[in-house]
Ligand binder design. Structure first.
Ligand code: TXA
Ligand code: MG
Length: 330
């Protein structure tokens, strides 16, 4: 889809009006689709939690039009969320009861047009990823419609703006700046913008989260998970494991990037991390629908460029440990 096709200005104006009226609107960003509500309207933000089935103590990121800082200048608009101390008028619901707020200025042209149209570019749109709590994030408008078909029918979700497939494919990098004086910048969620890129701008690597760092639900052990169990295997063992499972009569969906024998269903992704991230969630959603008992994933390399992808896969596979042994033992 070309940029001019994406910018359906009357549709964007209508979506901005829906947001201003307190309705939910799903919209594309360069990372994943967001489920948006007026950040300054507590009743509107409450609808996000209702639609997603999300616990109320999980804060949501506020999306803002391109504005104002070192990191902001270097990476906005783009896939970087900054956690800062919140102003008094930011509702508790946005902050999940914490004293901070997450801010992000997305680079997708439809998201930018929507944020500029909403309250004349002066508002903020609270938007988590447009999926039910704990599920795989959506990277197409169809994913959002599939996930929220009941909410679209009931009107709880007013509109889904279509902006094609999200380019990045995994959620934004989150850096906590709320405790700079005591802890320096802290990496809460790895993403497309790497710690090395951040260090190149601010002079030091963001620290890993300490016990007192702000909570981020994307850092729960289990998240981003399809309904089918997910198991990871290193390249060297994968072929043998796959054959044993298939010989044991198991229906196995395979997501791989090296040469591998055929499975019940297979999807081959790129061996380049950015392209892999771009395709990851769509492939998890597809493999969730082929009737497999297990989604077997070839573990990506462990170097820094794969940090965001490995983080998401680890959480998708959490809770399925031991499942291969279990399947082979039966
Ligand atoms: O790429 C993205 O960031 C996407 C698109 C739609 O912008 N949004 C997204 O939102 O991934 P969500 O809600 O699915 O994940 C945001 C994460 C959650 O883990 C939340 O707990 C954390 O950010 N978060 C939000 N505000 C926070 C805050 N004030 N302090 C700590 N963590 C925060
Ligand atoms: Mg999410």
């Amino acid at each position: 889809m070309s940029l001019s096709e994406q910018l359906d200005l009357p549709a964007i104006a209508a979506a901005a009006a829906s947001l201003a009226a307190g309705s939910l609107v799903a919209f594309p960003t360069e990372t994943v689709y967001g489920l948006g509500a007026d950040a300054e309207n507590p009743a509107a933000v409450a609808r996000i939690y209702e639609a997603k089935g999300r616990p109320s103590d999980h804060p949501v990121i506020v999306h803002v039009a391109p504005a104002a800082q070192q990191l902001v200048d270097a990476f906005w608009p783009g896939p970087l969320t900054l956690i800062v101390r919140r102003a008094a008028h930011i509702p508790d619901a946005v902050s999940g009861g914490q004293d901070t707020v997450g801010l992000r200025c997305p680079s997708h042209p439809v998201a930018i047009a929507l944020l500029k149209a909403f309250k004349g570019g002066q508002g903020g749109v609270a938007a988590p990823s447009a999926n039910k709590f704990g599920n795989v994030s959506p990277t197409t408008a169809q994913h959002v419609r599939d996930e929220f078909d009941a909410e679209l029918a009931s009107g709880l979700l007013a509109d889904v703006l279509d902006g094609g497939q999200s380019a990045v494919g995994i959620e934004s990098t989150i850096v906590d700046l709320s405790r700079l004086a005591t802890h320096g910048p802290v990496l809460l969620r790895p993403g497309h913008i790497s710690s090395e890129q951040i260090a190149a701008v601010i002079g030091s690597l963001p620290a890993p989260p300490d016990a007192a760092a702000p909570r981020a639900s994307g850092t729960l052990e289990s998240h981003y998970a399809p309904h089918t169990p997910v198991a990871m295997q290193h390249t060297a063992e994968l072929g043998e494991t796959l054959n044993s499972l298939l010989n044991a009569g198991r229906r196995v969906a395979l997501i791989h990037y090296s040469d591998m024998p055929p499975a019940s269903a297979s999807m081959r992704l790129s061996c380049e991390p950015d392209q892999y991230a771009h395709a990851l969630y769509a492939s998890l959603r597809t493999m969730d629908q082929v009737g497999a008992e297990l989604i077997l994933v070839e573990a990506p390399p462990s170097d820094a460029a794969w940090l965001g992808v490995n983080d998401r896969l680890r959480r998708a596979a959490f809770g399925s440990s031991g499942i291969i042994e279990q399947f082979l033992a039966q």
